[in-house]
Ligand binder design. Structure first.
Ligand code: PLP
Length: 416
């Protein structure tokens, strides 16, 4: 980046500082990852110079022959990865993928039934603060308060009462497996369409570690930058019968020109996700998550639902009298990045919260395994049990930095 260093030293310097932060810190935010160098290379290319509104073979701009080929490869690889009949790779983000689905099958004021935000759902599933909550009539289901898992019988009853046009499933903070077939059947029973948003778990679904909703629910949406480990962006998959309405909803319905440099990077990510190495990576994510979760339990912390089936766990700190906000700040001082999160039956505000969410996709990409996860779990416990002791916290930070330096983000790029 020598030209950038000369032309804009201010931004160059901040990028370097962020690089150092990523290299030296333990990133446990469940929605983040570290992309392959090849994915970054595709993103930083001349593909960004071109307009390509429309779809391969039907563009509104000339000179799109190479963009057509790239987008076709991305679509084909995504279909192969999930066994999908149709794929749209143009959504700029996961939220925009969801909005495009709504636009394709709902009218303003139609009814949506989805998982509530404070029970693990996502803003774009009809939260009042999001446009999905302003344009549609949204009802929410949550988890059962005793088991802290989804209860499909209760959801079915609610669906019969609400009679939604669309049932949305999938979550941002749910540590257990989701039964997509059960959701599809409930939707069918009440005459609704169904959308599964696998933003967090798509990497686990394509590797066979979580049941896949593709071909089961009417629509499947995902981000490409979480467990899937690609560039920031979204995708939609559906059956042939919905292909046309989905494509029209994305363009011209929701978006203008596609980000073709990002679509090329998505294609590279899908190629990687088709390999055996990636499947091994996905298996290790779950092994690491289970190890981290059980280490925290061994240290007398309570996990929401008592454990994890996927890449994340939710720590309930209400019995420790520590808010999620305070835990996030203290762990941050020790070089451990997590995010505060509401828990079922939350008593505190979304700014404070009673829990934290801990995920393993990033540390697994860096090559950490069960031994490191046990160590990390012990460090988290140590910080939270000594939350006012800055000496203990700075000792942990030294150890965290030393571990991270043993697992570089990009071994072939010299750390700054
Ligand atoms: C992360 C996430 C999204 C949104 O992705 P953005 O790319 O940030 O818009 C949508 N749905 C779920 C369930 C998510 O976890």
């Amino acid at each position: 980046m020598s030209s950038l260093a000369l032309f804009d030293p201010e931004i160059f310097d901040l990028i370097n500082k962020e690089h150092k932060r990523q290299v030296e810190g333990l990133e446990l935010i469940a929605s983040e990852n570290v992309v392959a160098r090849e994915v970054m290379e595709a993103m930083g290319t001349i593909l960004t110079n071109k307009y390509a509104e429309g779809y391969p073979g039907k563009r509104y701009y000339g000179g799109c022959e190479f963009h057509d080929a790239i987008e076709n490869i991305a679509r084909d690889r995504l279909c192969k990865l999930f066994g999908a009949e149709h794929a749209n790779v143009q959504p700029h983000s996961g939220s925009q993928a969801n909005e495009a689905v709504y636009l394709s099958c709902l009218k303003p004021k139609d009814k949506i039934l989805s998982q509530s935000l404070n029970n693990g759902g996502h803003l774009s599933h009809g939260d009042p603060a999001n446009m999905s909550g302003k344009f549609f009539d949204v009802s929410f289901y949550g988890v059962d308060y005793d088991t802290e898992v989804l209860d499909y019988g209760t959801i079915e009853e609610l669906a019969r009462k609400v009679k939604p046009n669309l049932i949305v499933c999938g979550a941002s903070a749910y540590p257990r497996e989701i039964d997509f077939k059960a959701f599809a059947e409930i939707a069918e029973d009440v005459g609704a369409k169904s959308m599964a948003d696998i933003a967090h778990i798509s990497g686990l679904c394509c590797a066979g570690l979580h049941n896949s909703p593709v071909g089961v629910t009417t629509y499947t949406t995902s981000t490409t930058h979480k467990t899937l480990r690609g560039p920031r962006g979204g995708v939609i998959m559906c059956g042939k019968e919905s292909a046309n309405s989905i494509d029209k909803a994305v363009f011209p319905g929701m978006q203008g020109g596609p980000l073709m440099h990002v679509i090329a990077a998505k294609a590279v990510c899908f190629r990687e996700a088709l390999t055996d190495d990636y499947k091994e990576y996905a298996r290790q994510i779950v092994k690491n998550s289970r190890t981290l979760a059980s280490t925290l339990e061994d240290n007398n912390f309570r996990l929401v639902s008592g454990g994890t089936d996927n890449h994340l766990c939710l720590l309930d700190l209400s019995d420790k009298n520590i808010s999620g906000q305070r835990a996030e700040t203290a762990l941050g001082k020790a070089g451990i990045t997590v995010n505060k999160n509401t828990i079922p039956r939350e008593d505190l505000t979304p700014f404070e919260t009673s829990g934290i969410r801990i995920g393993t996709p990033t540390i697994t990409t860096r090559g950490m395994k069960e031994d490191e996860c046990r160590q990390i779990g012990d460090w988290i416990a140590k910080v939270l049990k000594n939350i006012d002791n800055n000496n203990v916290i700075s000792e942990v930070k030294k150890e965290v930095t030393a571990l991270c330096l043993k697992y570089p983000l990009y071994p072939e790029i010299r750390d700054i």
